[in-house]
Design a protein around this ligand. Structure first.
Ligand SMILES: [Zn+2]
Length: 188
């Protein structure tokens, strides 16, 4: 019942109950807009925080954004299938890979290459998975905004399809993963 006595909290709870502001980290809660999309919200919150005077690194860390490119950004998966699970997300809100301009698709692939280099350097995996799930039927958790997954794999790991449906026990926090990959990207 504390909401009766804390209007600011009621406002926050009512937004949450409507499923809004997904992707906005608590530290960036001052952000007041909503695009009803986890990926659009995430990057909008970061950009709003920076425009409002927050240091870029601090804003990116709060959202676990590893890198912001010209057309795409890289962030950690908040519900990773394995340690080091990152995603390349175009700023453009689209459910279609084919809808991307060539420069957007090109940067998406270039950032995937950078991720491969970083994941190999940081985690020394036996292999890696890279790919896109287009549509809920294909396994996309967020079907309306495409995102390219990249994650390290180790021998003896379960296969990819099994991993997709499991909650994994992770040996490393997202904050630590962000620090390590950020440094590997040369943006420490
Ligand atoms: Zn979006």
């Amino acid at each position: 019942m504390d909401r009766l006595w804390t209007p600011w909290r009621y406002s926050y709870v009512s937004r949450a109950e409507k499923g809004l502001r997904k992707g906005v980290p608590v530290e960036l809660d001052a952000w007041v807009g909503d695009h009803a999309c986890v990926f659009c919200n995430m990057i909008a919150a970061v950009e709003f925080a920076i425009a409002s005077g927050m240091e870029a690194k601090q804003a990116e860390q709060a959202a676990h954004v590893v890198h912001r490119g010209s057309f795409c950004y890289i962030c950690l998966n908040a519900y990773p299938y394995s340690t080091g699970h990152v995603m390349v997300v175009p700023y453009r809100h689209t459910d279609s890979l084919a809808a991307l301009e060539s420069a957007e698709a090109g940067e998406m692939m270039a950032l995937a290459q950078s991720i491969e280099r970083c994941l190999r350097a940081v985690y020394r995996p036996d292999g890696l998975n890279f790919g896109l799930n287009l549509g809920e039927a294909a396994g996309a958790g967020v079907a309306n905004h495409i995102h390219l997954h990249g994650l390290p794999r180790w021998s003896g790991d379960t296969n990819f399809m099994t991993v997709l449906s499991e909650t994994r026990v992770l040996p490393e926090s997202l904050d630590v993963t962000w620090e390590r990959l950020r440094e590997a990207f040369g943006e420490a």
